[in-house]
Write a protein of this length. Structure first.
Lengths: 908, 284
């Protein structure tokens, strides 16, 4: 231990620390500069970017000794004027979604803007290239940095009742851009112990512990070791209770690499430094399977004895007479496609802290599903539901993998055993090993059309690698057959699916629940079929697109179908791109350009199952409008969108609303942030509670309606024409929640369960979209650059157009990753330099077109969008590659070696 | 057991060499490889941090050529005023990670880490770079191609330190270029990379140095092709897939299979030479 001197914000800080310690730790722990985020501890993500003597460095790569005597700038401590301009620009452009990469982005931008006050796009890309973002698709970050030093006109806040439709700044944005947002790793009560997991490093193995007590005694600072034997409740959890099969800590056998078997709890400094290589455990590896083909094979060891052929579940939707219709079809195309494991790669690894408050276990961690966390954690710990409280921290990205409990029950076990506050922060490799993935799929399909290009029939089967445990496997197996037709009228249809257990990582929810994989199959084949029919590919889709009153393969009659509108909006771009690509290709041999198109549809909410949201909206005696907004905002924007809806329904300015977050102790359940359901379902509940609160207010007046509602000196003033009524809030009695006026409304979408043939009403609302991609392929190297994308999405009503665009751009980024670079291989790509996600340099120019075909079921007409945006991207790119090269890529990602092989195969 | 490791950051080279002679130490500079190799919050082992030794950083022109100090960073290289023969090295520096890594990573660290995908190695091979190694006992100079002997393997002795890279004057002639192939735009470990330095007089190649990285245990020169280029106009046509495939020994990994590496290395090398031909044309 020596001291170093850091010069921060014109002050000298002398810090006692080990010289070999990461500077990021010194800044976060000793100086409480928590804007320095830890995403990888390897220099791969740039979240910890700080300026040292004015130049950007990853603080995780700097030994404290090298920072001695130098000037350090973090987001909290950098030059206030420039920082304020950047913050404003990030907010104005919607450049921060979850906010975890924002401080690093802003520090990189700070260095650039000092040298180049008005940078061009290329300069911004070069300067920010070392910081990864998984939410935004980078476009709005680029724009925010380019405009940071230019004069902007501040838009006045929307008038009462007119917030919906306005691109207002995120209501929770300030903390994201000034670095004060509290993520899972940022809150540490005094005296908190550290929890570390012992994890399996085999794909499948039996294990036995040695002498744990002796090991504890040998290691100063270790308080205790926790194993499955310490679990008082039921050591079996899962997001879908009938399929629950996952132990919080494995008993005797581990089924995937990274499965936790024990926890070590102790003094943070001592425990952090431990190697844990000498932990007393012996392993006996067992045979394992990693692919769906191996898992379903005759020799595969069963992962769960009661699931024969390692089959978790099968799904199907059948309508009409697909086999005979296929025979009658004039043109038939058939194909097989394969997708890989895809990692969510949020920049915030799982992190949280837990403590006791009286007899209630409080867990503050990043999550997408607080109430589900509560239920599973209580079950594992053997506690009644009212003895567990989940306080979601800000989530630095989720995309589906933070729906399953991760460290919540583990933290609970540690707190119950030690009686002390405990925290746990996954390392990047731990996060990648232990978190769920997108299901790899092996899919085959045939589609037949008549001579005029009308689709007559489609058959589809997909085997999905669901990994070691059930997680959301049943949802994928159900959603895929419902959606595999795409948004096209398919009168004769059979789609089947199977979720197969393997010893790969557990596959769970990832933006689209299997539909993006199925769309690759269907949309690739649509291109082939259009070609066979001799019809332009966009026109072919237009011919077959679903229209109002059409019936889906599930037998549901649809209204408010916006796919035609999306395709029509793309048409001028399609024609323009075609002309430019043709011109380019006549002169270029080494590089060929192509255009692809693909569509999507996606049902919002649970498939044929209840999934209500409840929103409480209350007024306090001192005139605060509290909106209990229980939809976890993981960056997508529900804190803003739900408030806009509630404010308009009530009839007050959105700025008057005080958000109360999804803390299970104080906010009713708004369900999980998944299935593109929050804008729709929580939005409807918010609309209903806003209207109910308005009615309650009007009842206290003699007015029939209100033109304006304002607060003046503790009085709620309601005006209708020239009539004013003042309600003295302080004089009113309060309810159990402390409100003088309150409304609480629940909305659950009207759906039905599906029968044995998948017939029914799986969803109350669908969203639609279509995208075109222009790509350039290097014909000799097999590399692909996405040059431009145009995305048209029917959102019903764009509650906040800027946030909607942010979803589109972010979804496209993840679609590019799925198409071109992302392939998680357990044991090989457990970091962010072997597992590649798109960087700022991989993003094309994007034109977003918001189509508004209102759905009567949605709040103010709105539909979901979050997952839709990713679905068309990969197939549009693959179709663009095919157009450019003539080669059909049938396995994603289309890594250069795969594409080059496909090009060579197509040329022979 | 919690081990409190030592951390030394001397300012004098002699001091560092004495410490090295005394015991087994891990040499640290930019730490862009050392920190990613641990999940701990401290560098592991007993550390000798050489970034306090000012004389080890920087580029100087000497009578014998160019001397690049061991702790010279990629950014230092990019910003340096170097002859066209070093252009390939500077391009490689610009392709290392992104600015954060370029600002920290050092040229000697890149060699000591000895990754088959080390970005600095192919261009340094085309410059016939030599590695200056010092220990308490003295100094030795080893050609780069003899310094790295396998993946993560060098001839650096425990008591030695790289103090500089030496580029001989005879290799500072001509022009050079570098290309790197990866699956994304930035922050990428290469699938293949190629570097070329050509000296052309009167339209004829008089000296050719070509190198390929990420396509074998260590980056390699391609003498078979170099020989064929001498005495002719610059023409990538002599760089055939077959002759390149014979010169390298690629592996399959998560980035690409071996066959693709061979094909792409040949294509990349042709393009590197083609770019050089255009540079040369522009220069005349």
């Amino acid at each position: 231990m020596t001291s170093i001197t850091l010069n921060i914000a014109h002050r000298t800080h002398i810090v006692k620390t080990h010289m070999a310690r990461r500077l990021s730790e010194v800044l976060r722990d000793d100086l409480k500069l928590k804007s320095v985020k830890i995403g990888c501890d390897a220099g791969d993500c740039g979240a910890c970017t700080v300026l040292i003597d004015g130049a950007q460095h990853c603080a995780c790569l700097v030994p404290a000794g090298q920072a001695d005597g130098r000037k350090i700038e973090t987001l909290e401590t950098s030059e206030p004027l420039l920082s304020a301009r950047l913050q404003d620009s990030f907010l104005d452009h919607g450049a921060a979604q979850c906010g975890i990469c924002t401080p690093g982005m802003m520090m990189a931008a700070t260095e650039l803007l000092r040298a180049v006050p008005n940078p061009d796009q290329a300069q911004v890309k070069e300067a920010l290239a070392g910081v990864l973002c998984r939410c935004t698709g980078y476009r709005k970050i680029i724009a925010a940095v380019m405009d940071a030093n230019s004069q902007t006109t501040v838009c006045p806040p929307p008038k009462a009742g007119h917030a919906v439709g306005q691109p207002i700044r995120r209501l929770d944005g300030q903390a994201k851009v000034d670095g004060t947002e509290v993520f899972g790793a940022d809150f540490i009560p005094d005296g908190t112990l550290l929890v570390r997991a012992i994890r399996a490093q085999h794909y499948h193995a039996d294990f036995e512990f040695g002498d744990l007590l002796a090991w504890i005694k040998m290691h100063a600072g270790v308080e205790c070791v926790i194993t499955a034997a310490d679990i008082a409740g039921i050591n079996c959890y899962g997001v879908i209770p009938p399929f629950a099969d996952q132990p919080a800590l494995a008993e005797k056998t581990t089924r995937y690499r990274g499965e936790p078997v024990a926890l070590v709890v102790g003094d943070p400094k001592a425990l952090e430094a431990l190697g844990l290589d000498d932990f007393p455990i012996s392993w006996i590896p067992r045979p394992h399977s990693l692919t769906q083909a191996d898992g379903a094979g005759p020799d595969a060891t069963l992962l769960h004895d009661h699931r024969q052929e390692n089959t978790l579940i099968r799904g199907n939707v059948v309508s009409g007479a697909p086999d005979s219709a296929m025979v009658e079809a004039a043109h038939v195309v058939t194909g097989q496609f394969e997708t890989s494991y895809v990692e969510h790669a949020y920049i915030e690894p799982e992190a949280g802290v837990a403590w006791m408050e009286a007899d209630v276990l409080c867990i503050q961690a990043c999550t997408q599903a607080p109430v589900m966390d509560l239920e599973d954690t209580a079950k594992i710990l053997g506690l009644p539901l009212n003895k567990v409280r989940i306080i979601p921290s800000a989530a630095g990205g989720g995309f589906g993998a933070k729906l399953d409990v991760t460290l919540q029950p583990l933290l609970g076990l540690a707190v119950l055993k030690t009686g002390m506050p405990c925290r746990m922060v996954f390392s990047r490799s731990e996060s990648m090993q232990a978190s769920t993935k997108r299901h790899p799929g092996s899919m085959q399909a045939s589609i037949g059309a008549d001579a005029a290009g009308k689709v007559m029939a489609m058959t589809f089967h997909g085997d999905f690698n669901t990994g070691a445990y059930a997680s959301w496997g049943p949802t994928v197996a159900t959603r895929v057959p419902v959606h595999a037709s795409g948004p096209y009228l398919t009168p004769n249809y059979r789609a089947t699916s199977r979720a197969v257990h393997t010893n790969g990582p557990t596959s769970g929810a990832f933006r689209g629940f299997g539909v993006p994989q199925a769309a690759i199959t269907q949309e690739s084949l649509y291109d082939d079929l259009a070609q066979k029919c001799g019809i332009d590919r966009l026109e072919f889709r237009r011919i077959n697109a679903l229209r109002d009153d059409d019936v889906t393969p599930c037998g549901q009659t649809l209204q408010a179908v916006g796919i035609i509108d999306c395709l029509d909006a793309l048409k001028p771009h399609w024609d323009e791109f075609h002309a430019e690509v043709t011109a380019f290709n006549t002169t270029s041999r080494a590089h060929k350009r192509g255009i692809g198109i693909a569509s999507c549809w996606y049902g919002c909410g649970n498939t044929g199952l209840p999934n209500p949201s409840t929103v409480r909206f209350g007024i306090t005696p001192d005139g605060q409008f509290n909106l209990h907004q229980g939809a976890t905002d993981i960056g997508q924007g529900s804190n803003t969108v739900i408030a806009q809806i509630a404010a308009d329904a009530l009839g007050v300015q959105v700025g008057m609303i005080n958000l109360v977050g999804p803390d299970t102790a104080i906010t009713p359940d708004c369900g999980k942030t998944s299935a593109s359901r929050q804008t729709f379902i929580t939005g409807r509940a918010a609309e209903a509670s806003g209207l109910a609160l308005r009615a309650a207010i009007l009842r206290l007046t003699n007015l029939t309606n209100a033109d304006e509602m304002t607060l003046e000196g503790g009085m709620l003033c309601v005006r209708q024409d020239q009539n004013y009524q003042k309600i003295p809030l302080k004089d009113l009695p309060t309810d159990a929640n402390g409100y003088v006026l309150c409304a609480e409304e629940t909305y659950d979408p009207p759906t039905t369960t599906l029968d044995d043939n998948g017939q029914g009403t799986p969803y109350a609302v669908y969203g639609y979209g279509a995208q075109i991609a222009e790509v350039e392929v290097d014909m000799a190297l097999g590399t692909t650059k996405v040059l431009r994308m145009v995305a048209a999405h029917d959102v019903g009503r764009a509650i906040n157009p800027q946030l909607a665009e942010g979803q589109i751009e972010g979804g496209i980024a993840q679609g590019i990753g799925l198409a071109l670079m992302e392939e998680y291989l357990p044991g090989e790509t457990e970091n962010l330099h072997n597992y590649l996600i798109p960087t700022i340099g991989d993003m094309p120019h994007i034109t977003s077109i918001l189509i508004e075909k209102p759905d009567t079921e949605g709040p103010m007409g709105a539909k979901g969008l979050g997952e839709h945006v990713l679905i068309p991207t990969a197939p549009a790119i693959l179709n663009g590659i095919h157009h450019a090269t003539g080669a059909r890529v049938t396995k994603v990602p289309a890594l250069p070696h795969r594409l080059l092989a496909a090009i060579k195969a197509s040329q022979t | 057991m919690t081990v409190i490791n030592s951390y030394l950051r001397p300012s004098a080279l002699e001091h560092a060499l004495e410490e090295l002679a005394a015991g087994s130490l891990r040499i640290a500079a930019g730490c862009t490889d050392l920190f990613p190799s641990t999940e701990h919050k401290h560098l592991q082992g007993s550390i000798l941090d050489i970034t306090g030794i000012k004389s080890l950083r920087g580029i100087s022109h000497t009578d014998d050529g160019i001397r690049i100090g061991a702790t010279t960073t990629w950014t230092d290289l990019i910003k340096a005023d170097l002859p066209p023969a070093c252009r390939g090295l500077q391009l490689a520096a610009q392709k290392v990670g992104a600015l954060q890594i370029q600002n920290r990573g050092t040229i000697a660290g890149n060699l000591c880490n000895a990754s088959p995908a080390a970005d600095g190695v192919p261009p340094l091979l085309t410059l016939d770079a030599k590695v200056e190694l010092q220990s308490k006992g003295g100094t030795r100079v080893v050609p780069l191609h003899d310094f790295i002997i396998g993946p993560r393997k060098t001839v650096l002795a425990e008591t030695e330190l790289i103090t500089a890279l030496l580029i001989p004057k005879s290799s500072l002639t001509g022009h050079s270029h570098f290309l790197k192939l990866g699956a994304r735009a930035y922050l990428v470990i290469s699938i293949a990379m190629t570097s070329a330095r050509l000296v052309v007089r009167n339209g004829v190649v008089v000296e050719a140095a070509l190198a390929i990285g990420s396509c074998g245990p260590v980056a390699t020169r391609v003498p078979q092709v170099e020989a064929q280029m001498i005495g002719k106009a610059v023409d990538p046509v002599v760089i055939t897939d077959d002759v390149v495939a014979a010169a390298i020994d690629p592996i399959a990994d998560m980035r690409a299979n071996a066959a693709y590496r061979a094909i792409s290395a040949a294509e990349l090398l042709r393009r590197t030479v083609l770019e050089l031909a255009m540079d040369l044309e522009a220069a005349t």
